[in-house]
Design a protein. Structure first.
Length: 255
């Protein structure tokens, strides 16, 4: 069956002497694996099109039970070239597509996730001095769409609203209040003050096009990032094996 979809290239690697395999997140079918035959032959323009970050219009032969779909044609819609020209953008953008590539299985349709990837890459490409904000937005809304984001207003144990701070409990894998923390103490628990809880609510409610207007100190961005990544690692096993996470952590460590 010949289909057409938009897709964002997540990963490309060689196959045989002349072909490549691409992992692509499509707008209609989620993550798919494609084979592009013969593209590594001299003067084949398709190889330059099949590069990470590129948003493409794809035509391909699709079979539901086949592990790899066959690309017929591909055209660039957006290349996000600015990402490749800035080190911070390369690191953040690469982590966005690496996380998606690791977390999602084949044939998991989710147009909301497709839009989240596209909008995040678009903002990183347009305004690289706000990459810390854009990546936190991406992680927050990815967790939300996957159904893992905790209640950032109430204690997981007693359901009381947070009044002074919240504590991320590694043993409970959720947010609890100070009172409940007295019975779940751990040196690994992460404390989140009310200001950071308010910022988390803003990440939830603010459109990504307005996120760059938020005024948050580098110290607080690091604290919010540390909580979200720690929470994600507790709930999603693949997060412990994401290539390049050490590089993005350095961006947040540099206050």
């Amino acid at each position: 069956m010949l289909l057409s979809s938009q897709g964002i290239i997540l990963k490309v690697f060689p196959y045989s002497n002349t072909s490549v395999i691409c992992n692509v997140f499509t707008n209609h079918y989620g993550k798919l694996t494609f084979i592009a035959k013969g593209v590594r032959k001299p003067n084949n323009p398709l190889l330059s099109i099949l590069q990470p970050f590129n948003l493409l219009e794809l035509q391909y032969y699709y079979k539901k039970d086949r592990n790899m779909q066959l690309i017929k044609e591909a055209d660039i819609l957006i290349s996000f070239d600015n990402i490749r020209e800035n080190l911070s953008s390369i690191v953040v953008g690469s982590n966005v597509i690496n996380i998606i590539n690791r977390v999602f299985e084949q044939d998991y349709p989710n147009e909301t996730i497709f839009r989240l990837i596209y909008k995040t890459l678009h903002r990183i490409s347009d305004q690289n001095d706000k990459n810390k904000l854009f990546f936190i937005f991406f992680i927050f809304h990815l967790l939300k769409q996957l159904g893992f984001m905790p209640n950032i207003n109430q204690c997981h144990e007693c359901n009381k609203e947070f009044s002074d701070k919240a504590i991320f409990s590694y043993s409970l894998k959720s947010l609890i209040c100070s009172s409940c923390d007295a019975t779940n103490t751990s040196e690994f628990n992460i404390h989140i003050d009310m200001q950071n809880l308010e910022f988390l609510n803003l990440f939830d409610k603010t459109n990504i096009n307005k996120i760059s207007e938020l005024k948050i100190s580098s110290k607080r961005l690091y604290e919010i990032y540390n909580f979200l990544i720690s929470f994600m690692r507790c709930h999603i096993k693949y997060m412990n094996n994401i290539k390049g996470m050490d590089s993005i952590e350095k961006i947040y460590y540099e206050h």
